[in-house]
Design a protein. Structure first.
Length: 310
């Protein structure tokens, strides 16, 4: 009996060397018989296109898409998924090597438990701070049933400072919020080699704002702006009295709003004026507008559409 079709989706940007060294050789060695590969080149300026055109002899059923300009990982993944045909969609990074039996293990789980809708694979990290460790809950190896994408999409607003940090977790939290089952699979494995990335230096700042945007989608706009005002009051109080901020605030969903005056002070002190202006614009205008509009759109689509891509 033919195995279900699995669609591999890879969003890539200026990582021809990683595709050549890690992802493509591993895909060619998969012992799972029925798969396709959709790769989205996010307007790379290296030799990604020439490699994809000439270096794919060992990859069957390969579809190559290319954005006309850099649009980020979320847009690229949505585009890739829209061109897939498989029952199971597997998202991997372009610096990941799948174990040869990875898909056999995934299909075994999906077949045995129809309630499982998405699976976090087991990632062996190489390089960076996680050298040699295993991790779960990463988009380096994440699979989902096709039905999930009848209702959900990656949120393309998650791109502050050109970083998509938190994008998989934001989508996973939405999926789980609606009652779909997500599990971790120790037997579905891949190596992640953490190749260099141009936007990695912005991951911290971008991730903070992406997370703040996610929280505000379903949160209170009045509380958001109230904490911004409180942040300026607290920094003045700290300067005058030398009293540190109560640590209980660190767990507040809008903590980055509260920290905005302090962030601005540091940026200006380091003469990073453009960074200060961007951060203030995002906090004051961009995040509140985008978050609340997206939250309204998601709620409306869920209430009035049989298919509610959110």
């Amino acid at each position: 009996m033919e195995q279900p079709l699995i669609s591999i989706v890879i969003a890539t940007y200026n990582r021809a060397s990683s595709l050549r060294r890690y992802s493509f050789p591993a895909i060619a060695k998969l012992n799972y018989p029925n798969y396709e590969v959709v790769i989205v080149d996010d307007a790379s300026t290296d030799d990604t296109q020439s490699f994809l055109k000439t270096g794919n002899e060992n990859i069957k059923n390969l579809l190559i898409l290319r954005n006309n300009h850099n649009k980020g990982a979320c847009f690229s993944r949505n585009l890739g998924v829209a061109h897939t045909k498989g029952e199971i969609i597997v998202l991997i990074d372009d610096d990941v090597s799948l174990f040869s039996d990875c898909f056999n293990e995934l299909i075994k789980i999906y077949t045995e438990d129809p309630d499982v809708m998405t699976i976090w694979g087991c990632i062996y990290e190489h390089g960076g701070s996680g050298k040699g460790t295993t991790t779960f809950g990463t988009g380096s190896l994440w699979s989902l049933r096709r039905e999930i994408f009848d209702h959900f999409r990656f949120d393309t607003n998650l791109r502050y400072f050109r970083s998509s940090a938190c994008d998989e977790h934001e989508l996973a939290r939405r999926i789980q919020k609606h009652g779909f089952k997500i599990i971790k699979a120790k037997t579905a494995k891949a190596d992640h080699f953490q190749a260099p990335a141009e936007n990695r230096i912005w991951r911290g700042l971008g991730g903070d704002l992406n997370h703040l945007y996610e929280k505000l989608k379903y949160g209170s706009i009045l509380q958001y702006y109230g904490l911004l005002i409180l942040g300026f009051i607290l920094i003045l109080k700290r300067l005058l009295t030398k009293v540190e901020l109560n640590k209980n605030w660190h767990n507040h969903p809008y903590y980055q709003v509260l920290q905005t005056p302090n962030r601005l002070f540091v940026f200006i002190k380091e003469r990073q004026f453009s960074l200060a202006a961007k951060w203030l614009f995002y906090i004051l205008i961009d995040i509140p507008f985008r978050a609340k509009m997206k939250g309204i759109t998601e709620s409306f689509a869920k209430a009035y559409s049989t298919k509610w891509p959110a």
